[in-house]
Design a protein around this ligand. Structure first.
Ligand code: TPP
Length: 655
């Protein structure tokens, strides 16, 4: 049965003239034992909610997954798709893509991410089991990792969190083949992985990864463990290939016709390419049907659940917010209309979260050890930890990358909406996971506080300058930078309503005036930008565009210009992506047609030309910040109402 995987992998890679045969061939025995004896799945229904998850963290070995899907009978994975491996539009892309190929639990390829995603999935399983009961939620998360996965730094973050949270239903198979692209791992690594995992609170063992009974015994033991488990499986990369097996040559290129013929001989595999002997295929298909009775029994248990509980479970899995969100946001906005607040937007975010987390108990918060600074802990939230998986707040520790990758796994699992916090400057530390959230279209929300030189004395190491531009460059990511308490609530609403993609909420440390007074039933931030303060007459010659803390500066600049008899309007731009996605006429109407456009943002100019044009004036940063009181810094870097007014006057030829 394992040789069927090997044959499909080497033949598909050969036909595609590219790909990675080594991992599928080496890990075929592990995968065969897992899929035929342990994994709870029903090939006919790859998205069944209580299925076990299998994450191929080493995504370059994608043919392993595709071969398994084909052999076990996933409906869409036909032999034609296997033959179209890596071709445009096929269901068998180079690396597994979630949302593209049914059965792929997460998009992998960037090493280490899948392992951290799996941690998020395992956390979600424990949490939902605590809420809805083990009859309804009871599944194991299995992961296959490679040397590369475990060398990446993110793996340390993931392992440490999983060990700390005692995620006993997380089982990791390590394809311990001692080979990477450059050659043997001894070129660059001397870590004892078993000891490393043990020290992080895991059960860990080393076995022969080509011995089915050893694989089965280790998996049985792992299932009984009260800790997460690592099973290091000694394997031979490209198992079966007489000349390339066990070497880096089997890692990432076709074996070649001659070597494939020799491998067929060595494995005793006589079928032509893409043909699986019917006897072997039948046993594989039976493995794919093995879980059907379990799925049907689960459906019956779900149907028998108390109807309110069942409705809530199903609502959560669908990721629907119902009418709860708008009601909560409007409640917050009414309070702010009655009693305006001059607070930092990070505090405004907490104010919104106090209401949101009550209305939407599926929100699971957290922070990378900056809870008090990120204001992510709402009233009444309790820690989610090994003692109480029903909690809704995760102390991720100083692990930004692992945190966001775990959030991706949570969103992929479904049933919860993850959000968490760090400083905006450290979005660099989790950028690869943010990018994957965007690529996968997952609702993951990052609260990024301390968003500019406005954070003050911590200085240039902590002051983001290029981060807004860098985040705005990621397709499908929404970057929100609200200017006050009301916009913060509205941006939270938009982030939560963005079911098909991630959001970053960029928030200040420093207090800001509430500019939105009165109550607006609608969400004025929804178009991405709007005229916050119209010109005092019909003859505006200047449009002042700003985001976040700089909207108040633009508003003051408008007054200075008025004193000089120059009519200006202020446009708040809380979200570039929404504005730039709007139809041309709508966008043009918001941007307006005044003689002069000026933008002010305490970051670099990059990206602003799309709104103000290359002739527009920009008041912001051109280099790194400095340590000092924030008001001094704004003056020092020239981000003041006076400078904004001056820039406008200069463009009008009045200075
Ligand atoms: C973050 C990241 N860095 C680099 C790569 C490129 N890459 C793909 S596989 C690989 C290493 C291969 O070694 P291993 O993980 O042991 O896989 P195996 O050789 O066993 O297939 C590298 C460096 C990547 N996919 N992701």
């Amino acid at each position: 049965m394992a040789n069927a995987i090997r044959a499909l992998a080497m033949d598909a890679v050969e036909k595609a003239k590219s790909g990675h045969p080594g991992l599928p061939m080496g890990a075929a025995d592990v995968a065969t034992v897992l899929f035929t004896r342990f994994l709870k799945f029903d090939a006919a229904d790859p998205a069944w909610p209580d299925r076990d998850r299998f994450v191929l963290s080493a995504g370059h070995g994608s043919m392993l997954l595709y071969a398994l899907f084909y052999l076990t009978g996933y409906p869409k994975m036909t032999i034609a798709e296997i033959e179209r491996f890596r071709q445009l539009g096929s269901l068998t892309p180079g690396h597994p893509e979630h949302g593209h190929t049914p059965g792929v639990e997460t998009t992998t390829g960037p090493l280490g991410q899948g392992l951290a995603n799996a941690v998020g999935m395992a956390i979600t399983e424990r949490h939902l089991a605590a809420l809805f009961g083990g009859d309804i939620v009871d599944h194991t998360t299995y992961v296959l990792v490679s040397d590369g996965d475990l060398m990446e730094g993110i793996s340390q973050e993931a392992i440490a969190i999983a060990g700390h949270l005692q995620l006993k239903k997380l089982i990791v198979f390590y394809d311990d083949n001692g080979i990477t692209i450059d050659g043997p791992t001894s070129l660059s690594d001397s870590v004892d992985q078993v000891e490393r995992f043990k020290s992080a609170g895991w059960a860990a063992t080393l076995i022969d990864g080509h011995d089915p009974s050893a694989i089965a015994a280790a998996t049985e033991a792992a299932k009984r463990s009260d800790r997460p488990s690592l099973i290091a499986c000694r394997t031979t990369i490209g198992f079966g290939s007489p000349n390339k097996g066990g070497t880096a040559k089997a890692h990432g290129s076709p074996l070649g016709a001659e070597e494939i013929a020799l491998t067929r001989q060595a494995l005793g595999w006589t079928s032509p390419p893409f043909v699986i002997p019917s006897g072997i295929h039948e046993v594989w298909r039976a493995a794919g049907e093995r879980g059907r009775p379990q799925r049907l029994a689960w459906e019956e248990r779900l149907a028998a659940l108390d109807s309110a509980k069942r409705a809530e479970f199903e609502r959560r899995l669908r990721g629907e917010l119902g009418g709860r969100l708008a009601a909560a946001i409007n409640g917050v906005k009414r309070k702010l209309a009655d009693a305006p607040k001059e607070i930092a937007t990070r505090a405004a975010s907490e104010f919104a979260l106090d209401a949101l987390t009550v209305a939407l108990p599926e929100m699971i918060g957290g922070s990378a050890d900056l809870t008090g600074s990120n204001n992510t802990l709402a009233k009444g939230m309790k820690a989610l930890d090994a003692a109480d998986y029903a909690g809704t707040y995760i102390h991720y520790g100083i692990r930004e990358h692992g945190m966001v990758a775990a959030m991706n796994g949570m969103a992929l699992h479904g049933g919860i909406i993850p959000y968490s916090g760090t400083f905006l400057v450290f979005s660099d530390y989790c950028r690869p996971a943010i990018r994957l959230a965007a690529l996968m279209g997952q609702r993951v929300i990052l609260v990024a506080t301390h968003d500019s030189i406005g954070l003050g004395e911590d200085g240039p190491t902590h002051q983001p300058v290029e981060h807004l531009a860098a985040l705005r460059a990621i397709p499908k990511l929404k970057v929100f930078r609200p200017c006050d308490t009301v916009e913060t609530a509205e941006c939270w609403q938009l982030a939560l309503e963005s079911k098909d993609g991630p959001s970053v909420l960029v928030l200040t440390r420093q207090n800001l005036p509430q500019l939105r007074l009165g109550f607006d039933e609608g969400n004025r931030c929804a178009p991405g930008a709007y005229e916050l303060f119209a010109a005092d007459d019909d003859a505006a010659v200047v449009s002042l565009f700003a985001t976040g803390s700089e909207v108040a500066i633009a508003t003051e600049a408008k007054k200075l210009l008025a004193a000089q008899k120059v009519s200006a309007r202020v446009v708040s731009v809380p979200c570039f992506e929404l504005l730039l996605a709007a139809p041309e006429d709508k966008r043009a109407a918001i941007i307006g047609k005044t003689k002069v456009n000026v933008a002010v943002e305490a970051g670099i100019r990059q990206g602003w030309d799309a709104i103000i044009g290359s002739h527009g004036a920009f008041v912001g940063m051109t280099g790194f910040g400095a340590s000092g009181a924030y008001k001094d810094l704004y003056r020092h870097f020239g981000i003041t109402p006076e400078k904004v007014a001056e820039a406008a006057l200069a463009r009008l030829g009045k200075s």
